[in-house]
Design a protein around this ligand. Sequence first.
Ligand code: SF4
Ligand code: SF4
Length: 362
Amino acid sequence: MGSDNTALNFQENLPLSREWKFADLLMETRVRERWEKVRKYFFLRESTYDMATRCNMRCDGCYYYNGEKQFTRENLDPQAWSDLFRQEKKRGITFVVLAGAEPSLVPDLLKACYQEIPLGCIATNGLKRIPESVGYKIHISVWGNDETSYRVRKARDLLKKQIDNYAGDPRAVFVYTFCRETIDEANEVAGILASHNCKITFNVFSTPLDYSGNLLHTPETLNKVRRVMIDLMEKHPEAVLFSYYNTVVHTHQSSLYQLFSCPYPRMNPSVTFGLGRSFRQYRTDLTWDRAAACCVPDTDCNDCRHYAAGSAIVTSKLSRHTGNPEIFKSWLDYVDTYLAVWVKGYEKGENLCSHIEQPPGF
Ligand code: SF4
Ligand code: SF4
């Protein structure tokens, strides 16, 4: 999520190419309407919060159990979280991401947070249902079919349990992570999820620092992932929340950081504007560390293709995507997708661009 920066770049007055003025890009009615639709959300300003150090699973390649953040004390006092969120609201935070390790284990804290800042999202493994009274968007992580989930995540019948808990729930989006080992299972899993009326989006495994296991991508697997993503997007247009430009930037041989740089404090020294100014990544003891603050701490930036990272990195780069109408449409599709994935009640429109556009400069 990075609308904070999106808004910022818009206010900066777009550095447009000589050939295209911004008004020219909006000549087509459906493009203009989409622009008006997405720009209403430029007020979103995000921070993220680790809610628990405990998890009811143990996955190979988990970025949470990497680095220092896993060793903090849990603050289990709902009042302390209410107080923090009240302060966050004053700081201008309008969108919260509640994550690592497993937020469903602390429902009372989730309720306290929701009562203070009602726009946001929870990242969960989906084993334990989060009560209806917590009205955030809910992202359920799926890593392959049940056989692979058992091998990599040590959880039996995981997809079935996730579907039992969240099928038909308007809060839920199932996030399928493409690791090197889970590409061939995506078709089967997407088919099962689509047949249960579940919404699906895609993530690409991004290496935690110091990880060298079997989930790492190669240039060949990234190319394959792109083909599978496009295939699934076209096969299940009602279920899959994704766009052609999503497939391009998340499976590019260069990481998101290499394509676009990164606005999160961890890689952005500026404290005067955008995410560099406002974003914090709180740990379970309510402390935060600017040097580590991004949505996927302890991930290798040179391998960062994570869906959460892209939602900040790509959306914040409006000015890079105004060079011609097709790349602008691609960017709008990306923003439309991220809003549908992250914001409850936002409905994704039909993609405006139905072909591959390369990121500007690549
Ligand atoms: S479910 Fe999430 S937090 Fe828990 S071990 Fe797996 S990746 Fe880590
Ligand atoms: S891991 Fe990704 S989101 Fe985090 S600082 Fe690096 S590039 Fe940015």
